[in-house]
Design a protein around this ligand. Structure first.
Ligand SMILES: Nc1ncnc2c1ncn2[C@@H]1O[C@H](COP(=O)(O)OP(=O)(O)O)[C@@H](O)[C@H]1O
Ligand SMILES: [Mg+2]
Length: 233
């Protein structure tokens, strides 16, 4: 039985004369949390975007294996189907949550469900459940600007998870947070993904964040240079 959730083969991507990806093979198993580390400009964000079907690679393939149903060749999908895959199967958390400041916390989360067709009331109820699970009960009606950085990131995590996404992509989700808040946000992110049998791919500069993942891969000049966990002394 194949328990991979996503697999890339020989991914390449150039921007003009810059090689962002030089042939990346990566396999992520269901239930795994994988940290992607590497210097600025090494290709981490490009890799995340190609895996998630946001950016098309120049060559190579990405296969997504849903828990139910046939494997999906992400790179072969048209734009409409890729957009639907991102909406229904994947979740995203970025450094700055990209939350909508005009909406309240609960509306930001519920919106992800409403876009997929849930009635508003049901979406709000579901969103409230996620907020409670992530320690945000009582903050439902705050606007994003009225939340702390850590609270806003937990709203972003709830939004990425509320649709039941099987695979969550996070790009420096703790990059703007102090170390205690970063640790709390990472707990929320791991609880809501691998803690529920889902999978997480997280780009990070923070060794403490990477240490909490099941595996770390290092990217250098668009290549994975080591997929072995670092030995810590
Ligand atoms: N849209 C783009 N246009 C031009 N160059 C890009 C673009 N996206 C990324 N790059 C270049 O590709 C390389 C890898 O970028 P990126 O994947 O963002 O690295 P990282 O996330 O590791 O900092 C860098 O040299 C970056 O400048
Ligand atoms: Mg980046």
């Amino acid at each position: 039985m194949n328990s991979s959730v996503i697999e890339s083969k020989s991914l390449t991507k150039t921007f003009g004369t810059t090689t962002a990806l030089a042939g990346v093979d990566l396999n992520v198993q269901r239930g795994e949390s994988v940290a992607i580390m590497g210097a600025s400009g090494s290709g981490k964000t490009t890799l995340l975007h190609v895996l998630a079907g946001i950016t098309a690679p120049d060559s190579g393939s990405v296969q997504y294996f849903p828990a139910a149903g046939a494997p999906v060749d992400v790179t072969a999908l048209n734009e409409r189907d890729r957009s639907r895959l991102r909406r229904e199967s994947f979740g995203f958390v970025f450094q700055q949550g990209l939350l909508i400041p005009e909406l309240t916390a609960i509306e930001n989360i519920a919106l992800a469900l409403m876009i997929n067709g849930s009635p508003r009331r049901q979406a709000l109820e579901h969103a409230a459940g996620w907020m409670a699970s992530l320690g945000l009960a009582g903050f439902e009606d705050r606007r994003i600007g009225e939340l702390s950085g850590g609270q806003a990131q937990r709203v972003a995590i709830a939004r990425s998870q509320v649709t039941g996404a099987e695979l969550v992509f996070a790009d420096e989700p703790t990059g703007a947070l102090d170390s205690q808040t970063s640790s709390d946000v990472m707990s929320a992110l791991l609880w809501s993904t691998t803690g529920q049998g889902r999978s997480l791919i997280v780009v990070t500069h923070d060794a403490d964040v990477a240490a909490r993942c099941s595996r770390t891969v290092h990217v250098r000049d668009g290549l994975i240079v080591s997929a072995v966990p670092e030995v810590r002394s």
